[in-house]
Design a protein around this ligand. Structure first.
Ligand SMILES: *Cc1c(COP(=O)(O)O)cnc(C)c1O
Length: 443
């Protein structure tokens, strides 16, 4: 180890260099493996400007407060931190209700449970998303139906949603991928006209606005994630927001057993409650949220303007007018033809060598082994029949998504917490690779 470089900052640097996408731990570990106090979190040095999460004595105090209260869950603290966070988050999202959950996945499961989605129902989703969007549909033995994406925005294409609707479509579940709202006007109109529930997977999108309105309440509800990599985090956690009183009561009833609120009953429920510790952590993190979002927004806007000038680099378009991304990811497409035919993998390798690691983004969800396995699942064969499941595999084809998956590259939200000159370094590195592209392609 270099002299003068403390173990703490060494660990932070190694972690961030090693895992650009896995949010690197800011909390350092002592030699015996035990975590150091939170005050040691996230040494934001020049070598490690993007450590995540950020935490200090505020989080320490919040967690100790819950610890010493002896009230660790919402059942023992009916007016505790969970309820307080729900009020804060509902206000921020301009929603009438918020129900906090143990994860984004369980926020989605509670919402689908509240809508009583089950075998025989179809749910529309985009193929360009995290696998959890798919999993919550199959956990209910409903049929996931992919609607292809718009290559310019990476978001679900409303025209493809319209074409995917059938008599058994019960839910349209668009995703605000990267934290950018999809075209909610067009999708809300489809849902309204066909009397289908619109449920937003806003797991990456706290802070995102579509035409000036926070996401999550355009349809029946919206689901958020506070998992470790997300822009607002408690390690794990989630929330459902809604303006609908009945849906709010049903989501509440689904997420906690016993003492149901007055709402139509379905005989189905689970325990997907957030803990008081997580809520206390979220409240402490929330105190930083707006400032961090402003920084991400300023940096992302600047980076977009810099990269937009480089031939062959197309930052993802933001749908709507007056929309604002929540910037969970900075997504762009790479056109190898403008880089002397240099394949994307080599472009990313060269970028990483220049000190600017980027991710190649999602692999094709609709063509993955995990998704294809559904066609051979005995329950699905029994519920839907072999013909439907064979046709389902064909319906999964999304040619635009195939192209987007091949051309994409991303920077995670943590990169956007760097300085303005960090953004210039990214653009310079990409320009540098483009200048050398001919040589690199030949080598
Ligand atoms: C993170 C995420 C989820 C799931 O959230 P968890 O908290 O990890 O369960 C769902 N959908 C999308 C688009 C996500 O990014």
């Amino acid at each position: 180890m270099k002299k003068g470089l403390s173990r703490r900052s060494f660990l932070g640097t190694a972690a961030s260099a090693g895992a650009a996408l896995c949010a690197s731990a800011g909390i350092s570990r002592a030699a015996d493996g035990s975590a150091r106090p939170a005050a040691a979190a996230a040494p934001r040095t020049a070598a490690n400007p993007t450590a995540w999460p950020v935490a200090d004595a505020r989080e320490e105090k919040a967690l100790l407060g819950v610890l010493r209260s002896g009230k660790w869950g919402r059942t023992s603290a009916p007016d505790g931190r969970v309820k307080e966070f729900e009020a804060v988050f509902a206000a921020r999202m301009k929603a009438k209700h918020c129900i906090a959950t143990s994860s984004g996945t369980t926020a989605l499961l509670s919402s689908l449970g509240a809508l009583n989605i089950g075998p025989g129902d179809e749910v529309i989703l985009p193929p360009y998303t995290f696998v959890a969007t798919f999993n919550v549909i199959t956990a209910n033995f409903a049929l996931p139906v992919f609607a292809d994406v718009d290559p310019a925005s990476f978001q679900i294409d409303p025209a493809k949603v319209g074409a995917a609707i059938t008599r058994t479509t019960k839910v349209i579940m668009p995703v605000h991928i990267g934290g950018t709202a999809c075209d909610l006007d067009a999708i809300a109109e489809l849902a309204r006209a066909r009397k289908i529930s619109l449920l937003e997977d806003a797991c990456q999108a706290p802070g995102a606005e579509f035409n000036g309105q926070p996401v999550g309440t355009r349809g029946i509800g919206g689901c958020f994630s506070f998992q470790a990599s997300k822009n607002l985090t408690s390690g794990e956690g989630g929330a459902v927001v809604t303006n609908d009183d009945t849906f709010a009561a049903q989501v509440y009833n689904f997420h906690t057993p016993g003492n149901p609120k007055s709402a139509p009953l379905t005989g189905r429920a689970a325990n997907y409650r957030l803990t008081e510790f997580q809520a206390a952590l979220l409240l402490a993190q929330y105190a930083r949220f707006d400032e961090q979002q402003d920084q991400r927004h300023a940096n992302a806007t600047y980076l977009s303007s810099l990269l937009g000038r480089i031939p062959g680099i197309a930052p993802a378009r933001i749908p709507g007018t007056g929309s604002r991304s929540g910037w969970h990811l900075f997504m762009a497409r790479y056109d190898a033809r403008q880089f002397a035919g240099l394949p994307r993998a080599k472009f990313l390798e060269a970028l990483a060598r220049a000190g600017v690691p980027a991710s190649s983004g999602y692999t094709g969800l609709n063509t993955s082994a995990h998704v294809n396995a559904l066609a051979a699942n005995p329950h699905y064969l029994r519920i839907y029949g072999k013909d439907t499941m064979t046709r389902w595999l064909e319906r999964n084809r999304c040619p635009v998504n195939d192209r987007v998956v091949d051309e994409a590259f991303w920077f995670p939200q943590t990169r956007l917490l760097g300085s303005r000159s960090d953004m210039e370094r990214i653009a310079e590195a990409i320009e540098g690779v483009r200048k050398r592209a001919g040589t690199l392609a030949a080598g």
